[in-house]
Design a protein around this ligand. Sequence first.
Ligand SMILES: Cc1ncc(COP(=O)(O)O)c(C=O)c1O
Length: 487
Amino acid sequence: MPEPTIYELSSPGRAGVRFPEPDVPATPLPEGLLRKDLPLPELSELDVVRHFTHLSTKNYSIDGGFYPLGSCTMKYNPKINEETARLPGFTMTHPLQPIETVQGNLAMMYQLQEWLKEITGFAGITLQPAAGAQGELTGVLIMRAYHCSRGDVKRTKILIPDSAHGTNPASTAMSGMEVLSLPSDARGNIDLDALRAVCDDTLAGLMLTNPNTLGLFDEHVLDIVDIVHKAGGLVYGDGANLNALLGIVRPGDTGFDIMHLNLHKTFSTPHGGGGPGSGPVVVAKHLVDFLPTPVVTIIEEGNEEMPPLYGYATPTKSIGRIKSFNGHFGMLVRAYTYISMHGAEGLREIAELSVLNANYILARLKNIYHVPYDRICMHEFVAEGKWDDAPEVHALDIAKRLMDYNFHPPTNYFPLIVHEALMIEPTETESKQTLDTFIDAMVKIAEEAHTQPELLKEAPHNTPVGRLDEIKAAKELVLCCMLPETA
Ligand SMILES: Cc1ncc(COP(=O)(O)O)c(C=O)c1O
């Protein structure tokens, strides 16, 4: 049954608010300001509250259920993050205020910068980028500026593995650099011979996601960094998958020159419908001067009686501003809260548990679903939603059927190098009970695929709407209520 629109709920004469008789003379509004033919729905306050509350419960959310959406790190967003982000000292300030009046905000950003540099092993940072993709763009612009500053202007080529997230080639192309795709080998690593073959004096750098989007740590990462550096290129790390490495490996220590972080993944700030994101970029010492402006800094050291004075600085060869003011400040407060809540040991535990959880699911499912790169995974893994003896069933059908079992589907059809990919990322916040219930559902669905494939082909059965046309649902959105006479 389609949900009644707010117009269908309308009842003539019903109102949410009744104003008292005015005690001042009425003044007519200027002609033309009010449309006479606007048929507004007539409802009580309770009607409206129930209608929208009901609609809100139809959306799937991390607070409502398990969300193993690979590559997206849909971990629980602790509510304390929301409390701190709403503190009036943060929400009632403006970035254009004199710095003396926003010292608390600047101190928070400065401390966050220091923590993120320490966690990743880099020398400099910008908190500005609005998301991972904008971080990538920032990073590539810094790489270009670095080569240009040395007069090395023919370096225009950026290598990107074929397993990469789509934003990698997109943001690189947007920066004006040329993208060259690198194949992966049979173990899901970058093919080293293919890498060597394209390393020449036109190489600006390599963009490497590690662990990659197959959920695998590249076994040759040190060799890769070495090959690229020897050819004069820089190594950019897509740090969106940092969750698996927190407190264990610092990419800066393994020779990466630049990396972005997704605060909305690793550091639990909300994303998806709950965004916005935040994609700080960390850089090694030789790139600090190219960071976007401004950077939060200490402009006057403190002493025993006085705290330091925080302010802004412009790096000498800055690529300029990448985002207004300080980026998505509320996300920074949330990430700051999350890091201070966990401390160093807690952060390491996050990585350990996220890897353990993924390997637990992998171990229990790998004899039921085909796993094309079958080795110890990091925080996620990719299985195939296809069996030779159930040819009509596809990854999409499995994903849709999972909705009937009240799970958000895993990412499917990505990464592109795995046909019928189902990319499963449980995150560290899920209990063994939840993982077991999910595994049981996946096992049951595999059985159904062989015995009652139509159950999968017609899924989902228990959701507010059935299977949508995936193209039309995205391209022909109906975003407003139909007015009664046109409905
Ligand atoms: C590996 C990887 N790189 C980059 C991105 C892009 O990040 P954003 O969506 O914040 O732009 C994502 C997002 O999921 C990702 O998984």
